[in-house]
Structure formats: C-alpha cells, structure tokens
Design a binder for this molecule. Structure first.
Ligand code: WTA
Length: 633
C-alpha cells in the first residue's frame, strides 16, 4: 500500500516527514511498485543546470504497474469505461485483462512497424480507448509518445512531429465532437507534406468517413492488430528513460516539448491521484479532460490505471446533445469522483439548474477542478448544485511541467476555501519571491510562485533544447523552479493562485502563448505588426484580444478581422482564434521599441483610464487613438 493520508494531522505529519527526510519519504512510496531492479539512489539534483534525477539506476516498465499488476488479482475489474459522443451509441467497458491484451497486441504492431526503444510516436487521436492503449503500448516497448490534441491544425501538428522527428503517427479517420464530424486523417496528410521523419501512419476507424490511404505508408488499425499475439514481454527501462513528450505553450513563440521520465512520474501520479481524490477500490472516477493535455495523461490514463481504478473516458462535449450531458454520464455510471475545468462549470452554470434535475448525482463524493483559477461564483454553484453541499471541491493547481498536482486540498481532509488551492501535497515545497527574488516569508504575502525542492513527477528537460528549460524556468530566480504563476498565501497559510505573470494566457483552461498567436497573425500578408493580450472573459476565464497594425488597402475592417481569425485557426487551431481583433494605427511602444502590454491589457479589459506612467512612450498619442477605435467597436 502506498502512503494514503487519512486525517488532517496525518497530512501534517507526512508533510513534515517529506520535508525533513525526502528520500526516506519517497523511498517508502516507490517501494510499493514493481521494479525489475531497485534504484541505488533516491534523488540527485541541482536547480542551476538544472539536472533532476529520481530513483537512479532503477529498472522497470510502467505498464507492468498498470496492467500486469492487476491481471491476476483484478483481471475482471473494469479499467476503462468509454462513453461515446452520441448517448445512444453503445458504451464500452474494458477490463484490466482485456486492456492488458489490447496493449500487448498493439505493442506488437509498433514493433513490427520498426518502432523501438527511444523512438518517438505521435498520437493524434480522438477520445477513444485506443488512444490510451497506444500510449501504454509505447511505454510497453520503450517508445516515447507525444500526444497532440486532435483540435490542433496541420501546421501545429507538423511542427510537433518535426521537433521530435517522430517515426510513426497514430490517428483516426475522423472525430465526433458534439453535432460535428471532423476530418482528422486529412489534417495528418496535410501535415506530413512537411515531415520527412514519418514512415508509417496507423488509422483507427471511428467515423467511417471516406479518406485517402497512402500506399505503403498508411494502414488501418484493425488490420494491423489482426492475428497479433496478446502477450508481450515488457521492455526493461531505466527510471530516467523518457516516457513522453508533451508540447505546451510558453512566453516565447515556439511550443516546448516538456519531457517526463518513467520512474518518478509513475510514483508521483499514483501518489497524488489516490490522495487528492481519496480514491478507494471500486470507485468510479471520471476526469473530463482530453488526453491531448497533461490532465488526460496524468489523471485519465497513468494515475488511475496505476491505482487499479475504473476511469471513465468521455468522447463528447458538455453541451451535446443537451446541457445535462455531464450529469447524465455521472448518473449512468454512478461516478464517485468527478474532475473538470472551471470553464466547463461556468458554461454549464449559464444553463441554470434545470439540466441537472433529471439526474441522480448522489453517487458523487468528490468534485475536482483544474486548469485555471476558479471564481467564487462558479465554485459555489459546483459545490451547491452539483455536489449538493456534501462533496468537497479539490481545486488542484499544477502544470504540464509538474507532471502531477502540487497544491490542492486532500478530499474530505483539508478544509476548503472557495478559489483556494489550499496547501501543498507532501513532498512539495513552494516558496514565494518578489520580482527581485527576495523570499517572502510568513503569511499574508503575494508574489511569484516557485518551488525550492524537486519532486519525482517534475519534468526533466525541454526536448532537444535543454538550455531552454534553464532559461525559461530556472534563470529568473536562480536556484528555484519558477512556475510563471502569481500566488497569494493568506493569513491561514492557504495558497490562492492569481494567474500567470508572464506572457501566457489561459483560455478555457488551455495555455496559450501570446507570442505564438502573434506569430500566427503576422503570417497574414496584410499584417504589419500585432500584439496579443488576454482579457477577462465570463466563460473562458480569459479571452484573446489582438491589436493589429495592417495595410487596409481594398479591405474593410470586418473582412480583414475575419481573415485574421481564419489565419490563426489554420496555423494553430480553433482554440487560439482571437475573440477580438482591433485594427490600430500604432502600438504603444517605449523609446527602446518595447510594447507596453500593460496598457493594452487595460484597454482590452475596457478600462480606459489610469494608465500610470506613460512618459517612456515614444508616441503617447497612439493610446488615445487605440481607445477611440476600441470604444467604437
Ligand atoms: C493554470 C494544467 C489556478 C496555471 C494542469 C498554470 C491553475 C497553468 C490551476 C498550467 C488552478 C492550473 N488554479 N490556475 N487550480 N491549475 N492552473 O500546463 O496558470 O495546461 O500555470 O496544466 O494553468 O497549465 P497546463
């Protein structure tokens, strides 16, 4: 049994131990897993280079801890419940035994296609169990998966494939999303025109729509698995071998490939999953994220399956075919722990309580949120109407880079406070610093959120460019991991996340680099320059506001703004499409040529006064002009 916290004093006790003797603390947890060879050293690290290693020289295969481990003791237990987009299409229940065989079978497919240890495999698939099977099959043979959210454009997909020189792409013919049927294979075909590393494409048939199969390159999933053995030896891997790469946005233009390694990630996702959600054997757990994001990796696939849990995978969207779809699924499977994003809660809150009424939600024990700050109103709605005042809300703060939840209540144990992520999990040592790097001690302080000690689940590098890891996260406050988030520690020592302090915005819980959106906008031939900022948005948390200088010859504002939105859609995907585009005569720049974003952020939020010191602006008049057009439009 791993360490499972049962009481608040137990939490404080474990927390103390984890800080005083981190190695003993993590050893005890790591020992509960199956290792082919035990590690020699628990941790070796410095945050200067940075270099982080856990469970050094340990040998293992993560899938043995997810599948083989449960094969004989709980082979019939349901591992994955799959709920399709259409409520009347049959659902699927996959037992641990079946999952084991499906993963082994697909591992053979990968091997036969020439994929080996260390090779990169792109998974660009809808929310079907086969996507999770593909992830585990990669892990089984030692290949590195990189899941790309299936809503990204062909250009974004090509960039990711090329960055990691992937050999294989796993995809589907199409994808059902609400009332829409979306072509997926055609996006892959388009992307692959720019990718020389890809040798094969395996296509899972989901929608049955017509697609083109490229001879000698493409094959169907169901043909590929035919006749393949359902057992395969699990490759012996080192703790610090790569498990996966997941691309995420940062403040510079190009998305970064965040790298997680096997041993530490395994220990941390399991530990955080069973503790935060207080998962008990037999519970039905549902995380509504997409496997294209880290939440799907850690808390749909790895954490739950390592714990032998039953994890629900939902293909659809919260509002199709009706606004009670989430509640219907909870009732249908008697879900005990439900984990979703504040943006979904706010969107559903807008429909009022009627959609909740037909469904029995009494099975719920724990509600979770992730991805962005949850406002108090949404917190109360979730608590009162979904949880009927009896389910604790775990507001879980973490990041792609952290691999798992770092600051969160432990369900039913940590007293909650609306909009607070509350306290760090054992093993996590947050520290708050001001902009000069001075440590802000004690309570009632506000500043930049950093970590001063490593934890097993943290990322190890940014793929192909280790310096970038250093420069992005470890250079601003030397010796510390800087998260990019602002935070407040209140009078009770509780943490409240205030949002990003860098040029990253959080749109519907998705991270978006403003520079990335600007680069896409600048691809439009008429665009001279652009500046993108976030602004408060009722449902999405933040919306995307683009200020654009453009050549307007033969164009109206309406058609140019529309074209710009289409351009971003094509280059990144619908999630990056600006909510507002304003054509401006100039941008507020300092004499040294730097755009004063704080002014644009104010204008975008509808605040046209109190710009503070604007004396360093090259042309203060430009602000008036921007305000004028902002007011008009
Ligand atoms: C934000 C998602 C407030 C934060 C797991 C972080 C949150 C970024 C919370 C990471 C929360 C995540 N409260 N803000 N509970 N959880 N964030 O990498 O700004 O997609 O830095 O990981 O989301 O987003 P990412």
């Amino acid at each position: 049994m791993s360490v499972k916290i049962q009481t608040l004093s137990g939490y404080f006790h474990e927390y103390q131990k984890s800080v005083i003797e981190p190695e003993t603390f993590w050893d005890r947890i790591a020992e509960t897993f199956h290792w082919k060879k035990r590690w020699n050293k628990t941790v070796e690290w410095n945050f200067e280079e940075p270099s982080i290693k856990w469970f050094l020289d340990g040998k293992l295969n993560i899938t043995e801890n997810m599948l083989d481990r449960y094969l004989f003791t709980a082979g019939d237990r349901t591992a994955i419940i799959w709920e399709p987009n259409e409520p009347d299409e049959p659902s699927r229940h996959i037992s641990y035994r079946e999952l084991y065989h499906m993963v082994c079978q697909f591992s053979h497919v990968l091997k036969d296609l020439g994929v080996g240890k260390g090779d990169r495999v792109i998974i660009y698939m809808p929310m079907v169990p086969e996507a999770a099977i593909a992830m585990m099959a990669c892990a089984r043979i030692g290949a590195v998966h990189s899941v790309v959210f299936a809503g990204f454009s062909s250009q974004a997909l090509a960039d990711r494939i090329n960055d990691c020189s992937a050999k294989l792409v796993l995809t589907s013919d199409g994808n059902f999303r609400g009332a829409k049927k979306i072509g997926v294979k055609e996006v892959v075909d388009e992307a692959l025109k720019q990718c020389v590393s890809v040798e094969k494409v395996v296509v899972y048939r989901r929608t049955g729509q017509d697609i083109k199969m490229v001879k000698d390159r493409d094959l169907w999933w169901h043909d590929a698995i035919k006749g393949k053995p359902t057992e395969i030896e699990a490759e012996e891997m080192d703790s610090e071998d790569m498990l996966y790469i997941l691309y995420t946005s940062g403040s510079t233009g190009k998305p970064k490939g965040v790298v997680h390694t096997i041993g530490g990630y395994m220990v941390y996702t399991h530990f955080s999953f069973i503790n935060v959600f207080q998962y008990n054997k037999g519970d039905i757990y549902w995380c509504s994220a997409d496997i294209g994001w880290v939440t799907g990796h850690s808390y749909i696939v790895y954490g739950p399956l390592l714990a032998g849990a039953t994890t629900v995978m939902f293909e659809g969207i919260p509002t199709y075919p009706h606004a009670g779809r989430f509640w219907e699924v909870i009732d249908k499977y008697k879900v005990n722990q439900f984990y979703t994003a504040p943006t979904a809660i706010r969107a559903l809150e807008a429909f009022g309580q009627d959609p909740l009424l037909p469904f029995d939600l009494r099975s719920l024990k724990v509600l979770g949120t992730v991805g962005e700050p949850i406002n108090e109103e949404a917190w109360h709605w979730y608590h009162d109407h979904v949880g009927k005042n009896k389910c604790p809300i775990v507001d879980t703060w973490w990041q792609t880079e952290t691999g798992g939840i770092l600051i969160s209540p432990i369900a039913s144990i940590t007293p909650t406070k609306p909009s607070y992520a509350t306290m760090p999990l054992p093993g996590i040592q947050p520290i708050i610093v001001d902009n000069e790097g001075n440590v802000l001690r004690g309570n009632s302080v506000e500043g930049n959120l950093c970590m001063k000690y490593p934890w097993p689940g943290m990322f190890r590098t940014t793929y192909g460019d280790h310096k970038r890891m250093h420069d992005t996260y470890f250079s601003q406050f030397p010796g510390l991991y800087f998260t990019g988030d602002g935070v407040k520690r209140d009078e009770d020592g509780y943490y409240r996340i205030l949002g990003r302090v860098d040029d990253v915005i959080n749109v519907s819980g998705h991270r978006m680099g403003t520079a990335e959106v600007e680069n896409a906008i600048n691809e439009h031939p008429r665009v001279v320059e652009s500046a993108v900022v976030g602004y408060p948005h009722e449902i999405k948390g933040q919306g995307i506001y683009a200020f654009v200088i453009a050549d307007m010859t033969d164009r109206t504002v309406a058609n140019l703004t529309n074209e710009i939105k289409i351009t971003v859609n094509q280059i990144i995907g619908p999630i990056a499409k600006p909510d507002k585009v304003q054509i401006v005569p100039g941008l507020p720049k300092t004499r040294s040529g730097k755009i004063m974003r704080r002014i644009l952020r104010k204008i975008a939020s509808g605040d046209y006064d109190n710009f503070g010191d604007t004396s360093t602006l090259l042309d203060p008049g430009v602000v008036e002009k921007i305000i004028e057009t902002a007011k008009e439009g």
